[in-house]
Ligand binder design. Structure first.
Ligand SMILES: C[S@@+](CC[C@H](N)C(=O)[O-])C[C@H]1O[C@@H](n2cnc3c(N)ncnc32)[C@H](O)[C@@H]1O
Length: 255
């Protein structure tokens, strides 16, 4: 397995993310259908968001706010909040999306203090952001504590295990070796190969994101026995729905 290489220089990513998010609006709309499909994999789960109930939803690491906007449109009875640590991204979301849906708002904030600010949320979503969070255990703890008793966590992120589906062995070896160099040397080498412009710079950032990402097994270990999950692990990313298990019933079954 590719070892985790967690350092992600946010200042290199922030503006680039906004650009990429603005260019990929439909991708975030499609993820709602994926979340709905994984929710259906949990037989006992009644999930009111998809049936139009007035649930509370929070998208953590919402970036420029596209997913919360689509969620708010998909279920007008829901109350939707987008949260992101980037002030610039939240400013963009407030300007472009907030005026277009009455049930939608955005706040600057970190996953690290989610539970201090929000309680009893029915649905927490997180797309492409988990690999940025500084500590997996504490992020998972914050998220599960912020969920209400019947709440569900919908997660989608890069799967570090599947890095070879995106990079050839040769390109991975090259980019990985360059990544480990001091910043100045690294940038010179990348410039010579054209990796500092357009799509190619994105590829390098994608490599860094992959290497910072977790595997579903690591997420599962952080969730512990109280939570189960179902989802899709194939492809460059994975999509999961995480739900609270009835531990007493599970224990009884395993006796
Ligand atoms: C790759 S972007 C994903 C944005 C959006 N969810 C999407 O799919 O387009 C990762 C986002 O995570 C945010 N982020 C990084 N660390 C964070 C933290 N500790 N708490 C909340 N958001 C964070 C970044 O500001 C960035 O907007």
């Amino acid at each position: 397995m590719i070892p985790r290489f967690p350092e992600l220089p946010m200042e290199e990513f922030d503006a680039d993310y906004r650009q990429a998010e603005i260019e990929n609006l439909d991708k975030l709309k499609n993820i709602i259908a994926e979340f709905e499909a994984v929710a259906e994999m949990v037989p006992s789960m009644h999930f009111g968001y998809f049936t139009g109930e007035p649930v509370r939803i929070l998208d953590i690491g919402c970036g420029t706010g596209t997913l919360p906007f689509h969620l708010a449109q998909r279920n007008p009875a829901a109350t939707v909040i987008g949260v992101d640590i980037s002030e610039e991204s939240i400013a963009y979301a407030r300007e472009h999306y907030e005026p277009r849906a009455a049930n939608l708002s955005y706040e600057v904030g970190s996953v690290e203090d989610l539970h201090g600010r929000f309680r009893d949320i029915d649905m927490i979503t997180c797309v492409g952001a988990l690999h940025h969070f500084p500590d997996l255990d504490s992020a998972v703890h914050q998220i599960t504590q912020t969920l209400g008793d019947d709440g569900a966590f919908f997660l989608s992120d890069l799967n570090r295990e599947n890095i070879h589906a995106h990079f050839s062995a040769k390109e991975l070896k090259y980019l990985d070796s360059v990544r480990r160099l001091p910043e100045k040397v690294r940038n010179n080498k990348l410039r010579r190969q054209g990796y500092t412009k357009g799509q190619k710079v994105r590829r390098f950032l994608t490599l860094m994101s992959f290497q910072a990402a977790y595997t579903p097994a690591e997420v599962s270990a952080a969730l512990g026995l109280r939570y189960g999950f179902k989802g899709r692990m194939a492809g460059v990313d994975y999509v999961l729905v995480v739900y609270k298990r009835d531990v007493a019933a599970t224990d009884a079954e395993s006796v």
